[in-house]
Design a protein around this ligand. Structure first.
Ligand code: HEM
Length: 143
């Protein structure tokens, strides 16, 4: 990713990375089929689970994963490490039957959250599209 895109992704991510629970809530609200994949959350109302410890733990796992991925962007010689964590994520999610279409839904939901909590423009949008393309290229190869 070019340096200006890395900067745009890091800056906008830093604005929302503490909203762990709100991010997961936004994802489940927009795409209930994603919530339905979680044995602990399937079939329950979002309001009844969003305050639970299980919900906070999972929200934290997802946000931490993104923080790790983003921390590698623009840093020399991190390609093999990035590939390894993305491959592992693809494999663990393949084993759970998560589909590419659901990853795309997740992408849309996270982009919406980012957009509504940041100053947004076409360049920032493009930077995030590139960051997701790079991420999903590896994940999808393992899915
Ligand atoms: C678990 C991240 C998308 C369903 C996890 C874990 C992480 C994670 C870090 C825990 C470690 C592991 O088991 O691999 C992400 C990221 C995503 C993503 C970064 C998008 C880029 C999705 C989607 C679904 C999903 C789209 C469902 C449609 C699950 C489930 C678990 C899980 C069911 C297991 C939860 C448990 O029982 O503890 N995810 N995930 N994930 N993820 Fe994802």
């Amino acid at each position: 990713l070019p340096a200006n895109e890395v900067a745009a992704v890091k800056d906008t991510w830093n604005h929302i990375k503490h909203d762990e629970v709100a991010i997961l809530e936004a994802v489940f609200k927009a795409y209930p089929d994603i919530q339905a994949r979680f044995p602990k959350f399937a079939g329950k109302s979002l309001d009844s689970i969003k305050g639970s410890a299980d919900f906070a733990v999972h929200a934290s796992r997802i946000v931490s994963f993104f923080s790790e991925y983003i921390s590698f962007l623009g840093v020399e010689n991190t390609q093999p490490a990035i590939k390894t964590i993305l491959n592992e994520l693809g494999q663990s999610h393949r084993n759970r039957g998560v589909t590419k279409a659901q990853f795309e839904e997740f992408h849309q939901a996270l982009m919406s959250y980012l957009k509504s909590h940041n100053m947004w423009n076409a360049d920032v949008n493009h930077a995030w599209d590139d960051a997701f393309d790079k991420m999903y290229f590896v994940i999808f190869s393992a899915l």
